[in-house]
Design a protein around this ligand. Structure first.
Ligand SMILES: Nc1ncnc2c1ncn2[C@@H]1O[C@H](COP(=O)(O)OP(=O)(O)OP(=O)(O)O)[C@@H](O)[C@H]1O
Ligand SMILES: [Mg+2]
Length: 200
């Protein structure tokens, strides 16, 4: 972490979190979805977004691939770049939680230490770690973007699950097995999880 120049001071606003929660009628959380490529993170994230919006809940998805088209377009897939990718997404999630929205992150985020950094940035009391689970063989068989085929052919270095590590969460708040659940069912169980974190 770089230190701040002495000339930078925080300027506090007038609106407390409680005031904002009264306005939105919701306690903002980040649902951080981790899992192998093709495990179903984006599918689940956008389905959950649709469920929440249908119920009048303010939310947004921060999807790894989408963010790499913009704010993260200068980053690659080395461990340092993945960590910076995760740091930026966590900072954005924190800001958007502060603004009152539920944030759904769909990002491979393969290392526990990097997800722990995201938890620390966002705040442990509003961070839920969700494992989107499917065996590597299933993901490789789905391969909707033909990335596993390219990784096996040696065309993509540092590919998670093939030539780069994936560490499943040590203590996930929820595990969704996408070989057993439809995207609709997965989204519904996350709605229940959110509901159980709306108090306290
Ligand atoms: N719950 C589910 N049940 C069955 N198939 C699913 C489910 N969720 C996703 N899939 C299928 O898995 C494939 C990959 O899904 P998706 O693109 O959401 O993966 P991802 O985890 O976001 O991958 P990446 O990390 O590469 O972006 C798609 O073909 C999708 O239809
Ligand atoms: Mg995706």
């Amino acid at each position: 972490m770089t230190s701040l120049p002495h000339s930078i001071t925080r300027h506090s606003g007038h609106i407390s979190r409680a005031t904002r929660e009264r306005l939105t009628g919701q306690r903002a959380l980040t649902l951080w979805m981790t899992g192998l490529s093709a495990s179903g993170k984006s599918t689940t994230a956008f389905m959950l977004e649709a469920h929440l919006i249908a119920r009048g809940r303010l939310c947004a998805v921060l999807d790894g691939d989408n963010l790499r088209h913009g704010i993260n377009q200068n980053l690659g897939f080395s461990p340092d770049d993945r960590r910076e990718n995760i740091r930026r997404v966590a900072e954005i999630a924190r800001l958007m939680n502060d603004a009152g929205l539920f944030i759904i992150v769909s990002l491979i985020s393969p290392l526990q230490a990097d997800r722990d950094m995201a938890r620390a940035i966002i705040g442990a009391n509003r961070f839920l770690e969700i494992l989107i689970s499917a065996p590597l063989a299933v993901c490789e068989n789905r391969d909707p973007k033909h990335l596993y085929a390219k990784a096996r052919a040696g065309e993509i270095p540092d590919f998670t699950g093939i030539s780069a590590p994936y560490e499943a969460p040590r203590a996930p708040d929820c595990v969704l097995d996408t070989t057993r659940l439809t995207p609709d069912e997965a989204a519904a169980s996350l709605e229940t999880l959110i509901q159980s974190h709306q108090k306290g």
